[in-house]
Each structure stands twice: as structure tokens, then as C-alpha cells.
Design a protein around this ligand. Structure first.
Ligand SMILES: Cc1cc2nc3c(=O)[nH]c(=O)nc-3n(C[C@H](O)[C@H](O)[C@H](O)COP(=O)(O)OP(=O)(O)OC[C@H]3O[C@@H](n4cnc5c(N)ncnc54)[C@H](O)[C@@H]3O)c2cc1C
Length: 512
């Protein structure tokens, strides 16, 4: 017999099977010898009251041996099957490729950036010299923006597809099994590159292709149908199905579609800054203590406030994290955040952003939100003075319209410069942040402090352009065989939702 039960444990008890067995027996009112084993289904931290606890949902095996289901997918050889072109080797492109293989189709991924190994050198140049390779950076290359991301696998897109399948595939390729049970699953930047490489190897072993240094520079369309793509301005690659999974940073792709009169639409997004605190401040507030217990992970937060008509919210919070320089073009600053699997850096950062609506940017140009985003990124670059030095201001100084005399030690490697962020952010963004930050300070003790630094600008929160597609067929309404996919097309906002959208596009091709 099997029964599901929730038990509550103190942090130091979570790894202790004896205590867990005891609690299960108590909870089920059974003698311990009838419990033959258990499987943890979900694990979450509950820090609402003074004593922080773990909640575990557990499947208990009573009078029967433990059986666990293994998750394995058979990837057939598709080297001679019908080809599907996938542009972009981010989470969407990679998971679309795996699903194509499951469906008996041959994926050919073309990726403008480099493989993981070579990409690492370009990231070192970004961090140490402030030099951006516009084809190989934090967003472009094997694994896309996902490879050097934080690897938080939270998603709200439950309805869109099989989250568990995505998590299982990550585990089969080297992620810790913990991601299957944690309420806030996290892989960590140090582990992602190996996992991404393993997924690529699966694709290659099954007869798929992955071509690096291969930028899609045009789409070949005849009589409203996809015929293929042009790679690096010269080579033709032919197929009648094209998954466009180019992420939200590939501005040239939106410009290409616009030039070709393929319908795209301006899309709202969010804009703001990355805020960094000493991790101890967040730990102490969230766990109601002076020093975090060794049995608890660095603490997390999620904040939201409505300021007049606008939402101001934190997202992509990285406990024990690093602020990353994520520009893809020259003379622009874009920040984001990541953390290693142990989350053992001394800082906590999160994107803290304000909604930007279509009414905020005048005109009808489908690229107007993108141009607006790009202008702010350029202003940030100029304010920093070059080499990816980022404009920054202490939190209380920002709210009180004071230039910071100095800046606190922070994790952004190319360096920060004290400026008035008001000179970079649009007034409605600045003012909304100024109203929200003291209110956030009422929710998290110690949050509103001059020890926190605001680093500009967090601008690539989601795509500023949508590429429309039919709800049923997933194809562009004007171009048969064109499947706009995931974050770049406006249908995903994170690793898991991008992966799910990739799977859905591959399935739509099978239906076609
Ligand atoms: C530092 C950082 C931290 C992040 N942390 C998290 C996190 O913790 N959790 C989370 O869910 N999300 C996180 N994200 C966001 C996440 O990485 C993205 O949501 C996700 O990668 C989007 O997947 P995608 O496949 O749609 O696009 P991308 O991952 O952006 O991939 C698109 C790929 O297309 C390629 N490409 C673009 N144009 C062309 C072209 N013309 N020809 C050929 N190839 C092209 C690009 O080089 C790129 O590799 C983070 C992002 C960054 C940068």
C-alpha cells in the first residue's frame, strides 16, 4: 500500500532518515516496521513564522518494497529522416531538437555563437576587459542564454506543457535529482555547461546536426512557404519547416522579418535595475535570525508593489549571486544575474523592474519598443564611461535624488561608476522605483538601505517584440512552415517555459 503525507522538519533534520521515518510513523499512526521506505515528492522551506521549517510531501510504502519509476526516452537514429531547421541552440532550440528526434524528424540546429568551451574565453574577455564579442557572449552560443544563466527552473506555465519531462531531461543529462522535488529548483551556472553539452551530444548521437558559427542571415520563402534559410550570407540550407528560436536579444532577426514584411508586433516588457544587497541582510530578515543556520540555503525573496497604474516587481532573484554583463552588441550595457549551485557568493541580487506599456512609447513602428530598450542600454553605456563599466547608485541615495559619494563593494566584475540613475532611466521608471523601494523595505527588514546598490540597466526582461503565430498550428499567419518559438517570439520567459515551447513547436511540425 502507498500513502502520501506531509511532514514538517527543522532544517537540521532534513537529511536524517531516522527522524523522517519516525515522523512518518507518527503521522500515519503506524508502527515503524510497517514502513518499508519512502519517496520525497516535494520539498519547500516555510519561513513565515519565527522558526523556519521544511515541508516535505512524501509517498510512503507501507508493507511493500519501494518502487520508483525511471524516466528514459529512446532517441532513434534520424540521420536520414526529414530535416527540420532550428535556428538557435538555446533551451528552446535544444528541446525542440530532442522532440524532433522523438518524433522521427532530423533536427539541424544553426547557432550563430560558439560551443561552450570556446564561449568561455569570450566571457572572460567580457568580465576582465569589458570587450563584447557580438556573436559569442552571455546570450549567444551553445545553450543560448541558458548556459551561463542562473539555472532557476521555476515556471508558471504549468498549462503549457510537461514541466516534469523538461526537469527529467535535465536530470538525465547531469542535473541533481533535487530539482525534481524542490519547490524552487536551481541548477547553478557552474553545472549548466556540462548539462547543455550532454544534451547536444544526445542530438548528435541520434543523427541530428548542430552547426556553430552559423548565423541565419535570411529566410527563403516561396509562395508564402518556408523553403530554407541562408547561413552567414552565403550558404543555402533547405527544409520546409523552420523553428525560429533566436531569443530576445537577436535584434537583427526582428529587423530581417520587418524588412521582409513578415508581420511582427511591438510588445510590452519591463525595465529597471539589478539590485544587490549583502546576502546576510536578506538571510537575517527572511529567516528571522542574526546569522543563517548552516542547514539553510541563502535566503530568497520575491517582491511586488503596484505604484499607480504600474507594477514594480523583483524577478530572477539570485541568492549568493553575481551581477553579469549581458550585452550582445557594442556600446550597450545590459545586466542580469546568476549564481553557482552552492549559492556561496556574499551577495543577493535581483532584477527590479517596472512595467513598460505600449502607450509609453509613441508611434506604430513594431520595432519601437526594441528601439526604446536599445536607447536606454546605450545611455547606460555612455554613463558608465566605456568598457562595460555599469552606472550605479546606492539605494537610499537614489530614492533621495543624491549622487552616491562612493559605491559599496559589489559583484559586477567590469566595474561600477557612481552616477544619477535618473539620467538614464525614463522618469516613469525612476519614479515608480522610488515609490516602491521604501515599501519593499517594509516587507523585508533591512532591505531599504544604502548598503544596497542599484546597477543599471536591467532591460532584457522579456522580448520587446512578438512574432505572431496561430494558436493551433503554431505557424506564422503569413508564412507556412515558420514556427516562431519561445522567448524571442514572445511565448516564453525562462529556461523551462522556453524548453516547453520548443517541444510544442516540434510537436506542431509533426501534426503538420
Ligand atoms: C545571466 C542570465 C541569467 C538567467 N537566469 C535564468 C534563470 O535562473 N532561470 C530562467 O528560467 N531563466 C534565466 N535566464 C533567462 C533564460 O536564459 C532565457 O529565458 C532562455 O535561455 C530563453 O531561451 P530561448 O531558447 O528562447 O532563447 P536563448 O536562450 O536566448 O537562445 C537563442 C539562441 O539563438 C541564437 N541566435 C540568435 N539569432 C540567431 C541567428 N540569426 N542565427 C543563428 N542563431 C541565432 C543565439 O545565439 C542564442 O544561442 C537567464 C538569462 C541570463 C542571460
Amino acid at each position: 500500500m502507498q500513502k502520501d503525507i506531509e511532514i514538517v522538519l527543522f532544517p537540521n533534520e532534513v537529511e536524517q532518515t531516522e527522524i523522517i521515518n519516525q515522523k512518518l510513523a507518527e503521522g500515519l499512526k503506524l508502527p515503524q516496521n510497517r514502513i518499508k521506505g519512502y519517496e520525497i515528492l516535494k520539498r519547500s522551506i516555510d519561513a513565515r513564522s519565527r522558526k523556519v521549517i521544511y515541508r516535505l510531501q512524501i509517498k510512503v510504502f507501507i508493507d511493500e518494497e519501494v518502487t520508483t519509476q525511471s524516466f528514459n526516452i529512446y532517441y532513434q537514429n534520424v540521420s536520414k529522416a526529414k530535416p527540420v531547421i532550428i535556428v538557435g541552440a538555446g533551451p528552446a532550440g535544444l528541446f525542440a531538437a530532442l522532440q524532433c528526434i522523438e518524433n522521427g524528424l532530423k533536427p539541424i540546429i544553426i547557432e550563430r555563437g560558439k560551443d561552450v568551451k570556446q564561449r568561455r574565453r569570450d566571457l572572460a574577455a567580457i568580465n576582465k576587459q569589458g570587450l563584447v564579442n557580438t556573436e559569442s557572449n552571455y546570450c549567444y552560443g551553445e545553450g543560448g542564454a541558458g548556459t551561463y544563466s542562473d539555472g532557476k527552473l521555476y515556471t508558471r506555465s504549468n498549462k503549457r506543457g510537461d514541466i516534469n519531462k523538461v526537469l527529467q531531461i535535465f536530470v538525465n543529462n547531469g542535473a541533481e535529482k533535487d530539482i525534481l522535488i524542490d519547490a524552487r529548483p536551481h541548477i547553478g551556472t557552474n553545472k549548466l555547461p556540462h548539462i547543455i553539452t550532454s544534451i547536444k551530444d544526445t542530438i548528435l548521437n541520434a543523427g541530428g546536426e548542430v552547426l556553430f558559427d552559423s548565423q541565419m542571415t535570411d529566410i527563403i520563402i516561396e509562395s508564402g512557404k518556408v523553403k530554407g534559410v541562408i547561413v552567414n550570407f552565403k550558404d543555402n540550407l533547405l527544409a520546409s519547416n523552420l523553428i525560429l528560436a533566436t531569443g530576445h536579444s537577436a535584434r537583427d532577426v526582428y529587423e530581417l522579418l520587418n524588412r521582409k514584411n513578415i508581420l511582427i508586433e511591438a510588445k510590452p516588457f519591463a525595465l529597471g535595475v539589478r539590485i544587490e544587497h549583502p546576502q546576510e541582510i536578506i538571510d537575517s530578515a527572511q529567516y528571522h535570525c542574526d546569522i543563517r543556520s548552516e542547514f539553510l540555503p541563502p535566503a530568497y525573496y520575491s517582491l511586488v508593489e503596484q505604484v499607480g497604474p504600474r507594477g514594480v516587481f523583483s524577478f530572477c532573484m539570485c541568492p549568493g549571486g553575481i551581477i553579469a554583463p549581458c550585452a550582445t552588441g557594442e556600446n550597450e550595457i545590459v545586466v542580469n544575474g546568476w549564481s553557482p549551485s552552492k549559492r556561496n557568493n556574499p551577495f543577493a541580487n535581483s532584477g527590479t523592474v517596472v512595467q513598460v506599456t505600449l502607450n509609453d512609447v509613441q508611434g506604430y513602428d513594431p520595432l519601437r519598443m526594441l528601439n526604446f530598450q536599445s536607447e536606454i542600454e546605450k545611455l547606460a553605456f555612455e554613463a558608465g564611461g566605456g568598457n562595460l563599466v555599469a552606472p550605479a547608485q546606492r539605494m537610499v541615495d537614489f530614492v533621495n535624488n543624491r549622487l552616491s559619494i562612493d559605491l559599496p563593494r559589489n559583484s559586477y566584475l567590469p566595474g561600477t561608476k557612481s552616477v544619477m540613475l535618473d539620467n538614464i532611466l525614463p522618469e516613469f521608471v525612476s519614479e515608480s522605483l522610488k515609490s516602491a523601494l521604501p515599501l519593499f523595505g517594509k516587507k523585508i527588514r533591512g532591505y531599504y538601505t544604502n548598503e544596497a546598490v542599484l546597477v543599471g540597466v536591467e532591460s532584457r526582461t522579456s522580448s520587446p517584440v512578438r512574432i505572431p503565430r496561430d494558436k493551433e498550428t503554431f505557424q506564422h499567419p503569413q508564412v507556412e512552415g515558420l514556427f516562431p518559438c519561445a522567448e524571442g517570439a514572445g511565448y516564453a520567459g525562462g529556461i523551462v517555459s522556453a524548453a516547453i515551447d520548443g517541444i510544442n513547436c516540434a510537436n506542431a511540425i509533426l501534426d503538420r
